[in-house]
Design a protein around this ligand. Sequence first.
Ligand code: SF4
Length: 391
Amino acid sequence: MNVPTAAPRRALPILSAEKIGGLKPELADVIEYRKSGLSLNWIVGCPLECGYCVRHLFDNFEMKVPRRLMSDEEAVTRLVGHPYFRAHRTPIQLLNRATDPMLPIVKPHVFNVLRRLDEQGLTNHVLIITRWRVNPEDCAVLNSFKHLRLTVLVTHSNIANPAIEPVDSTIAAQSLRTLYEHAERYRTVLYWRPIVPGLNDSDTDIEQARELSQHAHATVFTGLFFREEIASYYEAHGLPMPYGETARRKIMPEAAEERILAAFQQGSWGALFRKTSCGVAYAHGEADYNGHYGVRELCDICPEEQIARCHAAWVKPELTAVTQEARVLGATGEVEVNDRAIVVEGLDEPPRYYLQHGFGYQCHDRAKPHHHRQHGRAPIGWKAGNGTRSA
Ligand code: SF4
């Protein structure tokens, strides 16, 4: 079995301090707390050129050759020493914003970091997202970790326009099948995204996703991040504009969701989820670690046994305990715990996710309300009537 026992023999070079200093500060900062977990990004640069890549946001799209910002050892030390890291609890993501973790020159470093985390006996969730090739030897390595709860999410869009999606979706489809076939200790999720109406939501696209959903422990469907920087790239390259405006949150129009759910009600699918953490938790037989159960309308497509699991695990936290932790993190104004979420003021995303993952209960910012049924998504493509508007 090809289990790595030492650092990769042909290691990726580490960028000089001067070059790191030239990166956007957000990109040079290797740890970012995101909703699905504490994200470690010690390698940047990618040759895959997906038109909608978030690297546009970091002015990093032109960097095609992956490079490390620090050694694997230092990356692990920084992660487990991060003030928001909690052993066995904080979900972790590896390389989810500036490269693909399964590129041949990147994956030895990913395996090295996984091994170092696993050797510490950590049982945290670890999420890896790829659209690249995964072979049976990779699966053997992924099965070899004894403690981590590891999930490989395979991004599959079926977008046929090579200017938007240069990587043929059949690569991801094959990787998913291979991962599913060889899964023992890890789990694999079909990450069906980004769904864009008129681009990749035809009946054929939906049928393809249905078929693939049977080769995954769970399927998560979601929309497109369409920020200013990505819109500018589309414009400069003459790509068809998916939406007339940009948004802070992912765009998943109501009509596209309804078409997918109508197909889901009729066909034979694997379990389907709107939220990444729901799919990951289900794949491991656990309750959702983001407390989405508080936003009950998200659960209407969830398998019964999973609803029961989340129901059992979902406990409204004590206001005093929440207020105490929120104040330490810097919350201002009133702290509220209602039947759906903790609501705070004055905390940006990292401390909110810290509270959310700590209490297993949603934590929202009073200034950015989540609207009914449109949970955590942009208002584009949703009917007026609940404080939102149609596109
Ligand atoms: S029951 Fe609700 S919160 Fe739990 S996994 Fe399903 S959708 Fe997510």
